[in-house]
Design a protein around this ligand. Structure first.
Ligand code: SF4
Length: 343
């Protein structure tokens, strides 16, 4: 049995979190603007010291979710508690402290670094804007951070174009760690890197998470990478979280048809056997537009188990034991190992 975490072990508590965007009209007089429910009533916790993976197809809302948690976006509705206190009303010094605690590592290490700044200047920038360190103290901290991410002092005076992609991502990580954050969002941190470099950066992030006691939200579409780094995994589809469980359960005993389809369509996971469920032809149906998601369960147009109830009624987000949550009317009918190769 997976023990339920105590309240003090929960860093983020998310309840009914939603973010809606109004789509631009393509033609004048084309009716009222459409609303995209990019994130729709999410309820989940992030445990202190864990890596929570967030997966789903492009446009499912995982990046929007990560930005809502660190307040790069404001929510349309819902509640988020951070470290036991409501996050959304924080202003002034409370917001300043929160911004110290949370940092982000971006997907594109080149685009996220100022080409006119040396590595030392990039890493020192948050120290200048958010601390009263002297120049000597900053220099020492930058040297420490370079060492932490596997670079050396001689790299400090180089510009971004003088580094490889993997080294640039190391600089981005060093900058994110400068203010001793508690929570790190890693937004597709290796998807822009060569396959040979990806493992080095993933291993570095894992080492840092363990050594510094970080809590990490790891957003990615590469299921093999997510499986490698995550303690628990949340699966999103068209703005909703449809399944959440520990990593072993998601990858071996998933109870949501969409999760199983996602696993079965991953070339890096699918080596021999795939779940029978995912072989059903209905999976090939087009992915619905987020502008007009299907009513009821959004997945019913692609789901081989869909019933009339699925078309009419939104499934509840419910616990099925051992910290396993699922949004499906018929989760109990979905069983058995996902695939022998996913073990
Ligand atoms: Fe499929 Fe119905 Fe479950 Fe949705 S609720 S995933 S359509 S079985």
């Amino acid at each position: 049995m997976t023990a339920q975490p105590a309240a003090h072990d929960i860093l983020f508590s998310v309840r009914g979190l939603s973010k809606h965007f109004t789509a631009k009209r393509t033609l004048p007089f084309s009716g009222p603007p459409k609303v995209v429910r990019a994130v729709d009533k999410l309820t989940f916790d992030i445990h202190r010291g864990e890596t929570l993976g967030l997966v789903g197809e492009s446009g499912c809302g995982k990046t929007t979710t990560s930005r809502l948690l660190i307040r790069l976006l404001n929510a349309t509705s819902g509640e988020v508690d951070y470290d036991g206190a409501p996050l959304l009303p924080r202003q002034g010094s409370a917001l300043f402290d929160f911004r110290h605690d949370v940092q982000i590592v971006f997907q594109d290490p080149f685009g996220s670094l100022n080409p006119r700044m040396t590595a030392e200047q990039v890493i020192a920038e948050p120290l200048i804007t958010s601390t009263s360190m002297t120049a000597a103290q900053r220099k020492a901290r930058v040297a420490e951070l370079l060492g932490l991410v596997g670079l050396s002092a001689e790299h400090a005076k180089r510009y971004p174009h003088q580094f490889s992609g993997g080294q640039r991502q190391r600089i981005g990580i060093a900058r994110a760690l400068a203010l001793h954050p508690k929570f790190l969002v890693c937004d597709e941190p290796v998807s822009a890197l060569d396959l040979s470099i990806q493992a080095q950066i993933v291993n570095l992030l894992q080492d840092l998470q363990r050594d510094l006691g970080l809590t990490v939200l790891f957003v990615a579409h590469d299921l093999q990478v997510v499986r490698h780094v995550s303690d628990r995994v949340g699966v999103m589809y068209l703005g909703r979280m449809v399944e959440l469980a520990d990593s072993e359960t998601i990858f071996n005993r998933s109870r949501h048809p969409y999760t199983r389809l996602l696993l079965a369509s991953s070339p890096r996971l699918r080596k021999s056997k795939v779940p029978d469920l995912a072989r059903e032809p209905v999976e090939q149906a087009d992915i619905p537009s987020p502008l007009a998601p299907p009513p009821g369960c959004h997945f019913h147009t692609r789901c081989p188990l869909a019933t009339a109830r699925c078309q009419a009624e939104v499934p509840l987000w419910r616990s099925i034991g051992d910290g396993h949550h699922v949004m499906c009317h018929h989760a109990e009918q979905v069983g058995g190992p996902v695939a022998k190769s996913v073990g």
